[in-house]
Ligand binder design. Structure first.
Ligand SMILES: [Mg+2]
Length: 386
């Protein structure tokens, strides 16, 4: 079997890759460098120059060959490599008429617990989202940001006392809405400095959050570890890391009790599976990051199926996106999309490969929409990370 073509495909806000072979088997993957889709597509086309004519089953070899081709890396290169890796695993599964998880050692669970992905511009909207999730049978809710997803055009200002107090009050409201039936993933989106994160983390301990996500910028692993050492709730981080080596540095410093590899940016199924194994050795849980399409979800579920230390899967649904967006539902984008079972889980698919394929009319129906470059500013004119 030989690779005949490697094609980046833009749909809505997503970037997919289809790898076609001379047997007619086509593999599908997705990139997670969502802010840099054009650059990632160009990198996929460069990688195609190497891949065309090669045996698609030699996944680890191609991964190493492209990763170590030059010393330049980063999210664009790894987004491209991840998308290709997922597509190659999809091909391998279809070639052997087996789900990818079977080729990774076999599934250790039949269902994956998922967390509902709430999006809101106000605490009231987030609280409504928790109530809705509870009604739908979910047992966990994430993307709960006490600073809300306020419009980035709105200049930001709060005093220290306002910032910490209002954030703690927001978490109290989440818990009231959730009861103990629903676990809470509190998402900071890197909007605290270490001293703020320690004050906040200790103040919300009594509300028993499942995790505190990205309390500080992840680019200083020592500071993440400092926060982790000062609070008694688990830190979940890693969505921006593009390699097993960054995760190793995080884990060796006890910087997280839950790792969040993004299968579409950390080197695909190959990279995410290795991160899960690193974490397993330290009794650290895996919560795969997944803010993307049902293709990413299908790839994440291969990790959920096979990692003994998997905890819960981020599961975006139709509510994800800016208000008023006409976003494609999972079924309009792909065939075989994972569905919530009404009890907080999704079934692990036993379909060959990753189990999903693009709907033939999806690209025509949902043309690519470029993201605007828009960063939130403080009232003093400086930049805020939101
Ligand atoms: Mg996050």
């Amino acid at each position: 079997m030989r690779i005949e073509s490697v094609t980046p495909i833009f749909i809505d806000r997503y970037l997919f890759v289809e790898v076609a072979t001379d047997t007619g088997i086509v593999g599908l993957g997705e990139s997670g460098a969502w802010a840099f889709q054009e650059g990632t597509a160009a990198t996929i086309e460069r990688f195609a120059e190497y891949l065309i004519g090669k045996d698609p089953l030699l996944i680890e070899h191609h991964w190493q060959y492209l990763y170590r081709w030059t010393h330049f890396g980063g999210s664009v290169v790894m987004g491209a490599l991840s998308a290709i890796d997922i597509a190659l695993w999809d091909i391998k599964g279809k070639f052997h008429d087996a789900p990818v998880h079977e080729l990774l050692g076999g599934k250790v669970r039949d269902r994956a617990r998922v967390y509902y992905h709430v999006f809101g511009e106000t605490t009231d909207e987030l609280v409504d989202g928790i109530a809705d999730a509870r009604k739908q049978g979910y047992t966990a809710v994430g993307h709960l940001t006490p600073f809300t997803d306020a419009p980035r055009t709105e200049p930001y200002f709060e005093t220290h006392a306002q910032k910490i107090t209002s954030a703690v009050e927001a978490v109290e409201r989440y818990r009231d809405a959730a009861g103990t039936d629903v676990d809470l993933g509190v998402e900071i989106h890197r909007r605290m400095s270490p001293y703020e994160a320690v004050a906040f983390g200790n103040a919300i301990e009594k509300y028993t959050p499942l995790f505190l996500e990205d309390p500080v910028l992840p680019d200083n692993i020592d500071e993440m570890a400092y926060v982790a050492s000062k609070i008694n709730i688990p830190i979940a981080t890693g969505e921006r890391y593009t390699s097993i080596w960054e995760f190793q540095m995080l884990l060796s410093r006890s910087g997280a009790q839950m790792v969040r590899p993004d299968v579409c940016i950390v080197g695909g199924i190959t990279g995410a599976r290795k991160v899960a194994a690193l974490a397993e050795a330290l009794h650290v849980a895996v919560v795969p990051h997944n803010p993307l399409s049902p293709v990413s979800t299908a790839a994440c579920l291969q990790i959920a199926a096979t990692a003994p230390n998997f905890l819960v899967q981020e599961f975006p649904n139709e509510t994800w996106g800016e208000k008023g967006d006409d976003r494609p539902t999972p079924a309009l984008l792909v065939t075989g999309a994972a569905e919530h079972d009404g009890k907080g889980f999704v079934q692990i698919s036993d379909a060959p490969g990753i189990g999903v394929a693009l709907q033939p009319d999806a690209a025509q129906r949902y043309p690519y929409r470029k993201r605007e470059i828009l960063t939130r500013l403080h009232v003093d004119g400086s930049v805020v990370d939101q």
